[in-house]
Every structure is written in structure tokens, then in C-alpha cells.
Write a protein that binds this ligand. Structure first.
Ligand code: SF4
Length: 360
């Protein structure tokens, strides 16, 4: 394949700090926590519901999902579990695109979310109408979008891709001569472009959590802990990725923590993942990769403000009231299912497990 010199990032689509809500973690005393957990367990049974939670949500939610026959994972694996679940209601503790993905793949099920305001800076940075207009200007390009997008953006794409299979898919498309539009994550797109040499126009959004990791601070921390392995999510900047021993999705990071013989890890992803890593490797030490600090330039401080909107209180409320049901126009849902199924077929042909080895 002929390599192009560098990716073309079209326009800065990153959110300003003012557009990012503060990260507010739910605070409960032990008695209220116990009362809510008991209530949610009862309501899950009464409502024939299953709780699926993302790795970045609060430990209480992850434990509740595990304890009630639900599931904790990354977004498409959450959707896969939802499809296999016999429950008629899925409660998705995560961010909105995860609830939408669950609904796209499970249209016959009721999908509820604790808070519909739980968004994602990648999704917010890629409005469907502007993205469609841009794609219309480049009809010769194949449109590849990351899982962290709205149903409407997925519906405008040719492929929906996850970080677990992105390199393989983009290499395949480049080898057959496709020119690409990639959206929405500029950092993941730049990483893939660098690795594959594909001809890619990159949408300019970013994850507020991963973009905050700092290469200089990471260099310093590595010098202080030379025995530590560095695990980095590819939504991080390239100069952070360059220092990684392992670059991978949340699932890949958890697996690396389990499989590698190192006893100490520096981890560049949302610190919500530490709960799962400590569960599967309790004898190992996990250090947070440095962000900008607790001062003015640290927007997220390594914990997603939207993920933090999920809590026991609003989970109990939606189970009780049926509020916050995900609704997607059927034409958009059916169209959005096409590029997801296309990826699954590609993975099947390559004998790759894509669901369960995915994205943020
Ligand atoms: S951590 Fe980043 S990519 Fe994940 S939901 Fe939050 S803003 Fe989006």
C-alpha cells in the first residue's frame, strides 16, 4: 500500500471546557446504599430486566451487575450480552451511544438508561447533520466511524469500527484501494493512519478523558517506576501512545493487566477501569498516568463526567418509573445496523472475535 505522509484533520471539533460538565460522583451513606441495592435487585426481577454496565462506571454499579447476572464490559460487548440475554428490558449504565447501540442490535427490547444526559465528547463533537453534509462532499470516500457515535452518524457510515479491530479493517480497506473518512476521534484516527498508511480524512473530535494524558508527565512517572509496564488506550495523544508497552481497548488493557508478568502498571485510560483491573489482578499495582493536574487545564481528571452521571439513585428511579427509554427512529435504527453487521461479518471471515474486544 502507498503511505500518505500524515493524516488530514479537517476542523477542530473538540469541546471547550465550558461544554464539559463537572465530574460529580454520587455520594451515599452506607445505609442508603444498602437500601438502594436491595430495591434495585427487587426491581430487576419484577421488571424482567438485566443490568449491563461499562467498565468506567462506579464500582457499586459494576458489582451490582455482576451480582444480579448482568454484565460489565465495553460498549459492543455490552450490546452482544444484551442480545443474548433473555430479559425483555436492558438497563444500560454507561453513556448514550451505548444505550443506542444496544437498541440498534436489540430492537425488540426495552432499553433504559439511568441518565439520558450522559453523553460523550466524541459523540457530541460529531453532529449528524454536519457529518452527513461533509460525507456528501466526498462521495468517493468510504465512511468509517468509531462506535462512539450517535445512531444517526452510524446510519450515514459504511462501517462501524471498534478499537479492537480498527487496524485490521483499515488495512484491509486501504489495501483494496479505498480512500477513507474517519470519525470522530482525531487521536485514534491519527494512530490508525500512522500504523496503516491509509488515505484518511479525520474528523476533529476528541475524548476529554484520554486527550488529557500528558507525555511529559508520563515520561517522568516511568523514570520513577522503571519496572512498570505502560498500558494506553488509543484515544490518547500520539506522544502518549508512543510510550506504551501495550496500546489497546479497555478489554485489551484488562487482559494485559491479567496476562503480563509485571507487578506494576501505569495506565492511561479512565480510572473507572481500575476497579476491574484490581478485581482480576489483586496482587498487582496500578498507577494513574498523569493528566494536566487538578488545576485549570484538567477538564476530566481521568474520569469521564458523563459516565459519572450513572448512580444507584437514578438507576432505581428508571427501573421504578420506566423513564429514560432509548427511542430511535426505525429507519435510522435499521440503517445503523447495516455497518455494524458488516463489521461483524468481516470479523467472522477473519475468524476474529470483535464483540468483546472493542472500544472505549
Ligand atoms: S471516556 Fe471519553 S470516549 Fe468514553 S464516554 Fe467519556 S468522553 Fe466518551
Amino acid at each position: 500500500m502507498s503511505a500518505v505522509a500524515s493524516p488530514i484533520i479537517l476542523q477542530d471539533r473538540r469541546l471547550s471546557p465550558a461544554q464539559v460538565p463537572p465530574t460529580v460522583v454520587e455520594s451515599l451513606d452506607a445505609m442508603e446504599r444498602e437500601r438502594l441495592v436491595a430495591k434495585i435487585k427487587r426491581l430487576l426481577v419484577e421488571q424482567d430486566a438485566t443490568l449491563v454496565a461499562h467498565y468506567y462506571t462506579a464500582p457499586e454499579l459494576q458489582e451490582l451487575a455482576d451480582a444480579t447476572g448482568g454484565y460489565v464490559s465495553d460498549s459492543l460487548d455490552m450490546a452482544r450480552f444484551g442480545a443474548e440475554s433473555k430479559a425483555s428490558t436492558l438497563v444500560v449504565a454507561g453513556v448514550r451511544f451505548m444505550g443506542e447501540t444496544a437498541k440498534i442490535l436489540n430492537p425488540e427490547k426495552r432499553v433504559l438508561m439511568p441518565d439520558l444526559q450522559a453523553e460523550c465528547s466524541l459523540d457530541l463533537g460529531c453532529p449528524a447533520d454536519e457529518f452527513a453534509a461533509f460525507c456528501d462532499q466526498h462521495p468517493d470516500r468510504t465512511v468509517v466511524v468509531y462506535a462512539n457515535t450517535s445512531a444517526a452518524v452510524k446510519a450515514r457510515s459504511d462501517w462501524v469500527v471498534t478499537s479492537g479491530i480498527a487496524l485490521e479493517l483499515i488495512s484491509h480497506l486501504a489495501e483494496r484501494g479505498d480512500k477513507l473518512i474517519w470519525a470522530p476521534d482525531r487521536h485514534l484516527g491519527a494512530y490508525i493512519q500512522r500504523e496503516t498508511g491509509a488515505d484518511m480524512l479525520l474528523w476533529g473530535a476528541a475524548c476529554v478523558v484520554h486527550e488529557a494524558f500528558k507525555a511529559d508527565g508520563l515520561r517522568k512517572l516511568r523514570a520513577e517506576h522503571p519496572d512498570a509496564k505502560v498500558l494506553v488506550h488509543p484515544e490518547s495523544p500520539l506522544d502518549v501512545i508512543a510510550q506504551a508497552d501495550v496500546v489497546g481497548s479497555t478489554t485489551a488493557i484488562v487482559e494485559a493487566a491479567r496476562k503480563l508478568s509485571a507487578k506494576k502498571f501505569i495506565v492511561a485510560t479512565d480510572n473507572g477501569l481500575f476497579h476491574k483491573m484490581k478485581q482480576i489482578a489483586p496482587d498487582k499495582e496500578f498507577l494513574e498516568a498523569p493528566v494536566a493536574g487538578k488545576g485549570a487545564t484538567c477538564v476530566s481528571c481521568a474520569h469521564c463526567p458523563w459516565m459519572a452521571m450513572n448512580g444507584l439513585r437514578n438507576l432505581a428511579r428508571v427501573l421504578e418509573t420506566g423513564a429514560n427509554e432509548i427511542q430511535i427512529d426505525e429507519a435510522i435504527r435499521a440503517r445503523a445496523a447495516v455497518p455494524i453487521r458488516r463489521l461483524l461479518e468481516f470479523a467472522k471471515q477473519r475468524k476474529r472475535v470483535v464483540l468483546g474486544n472493542n472500544d472505549a
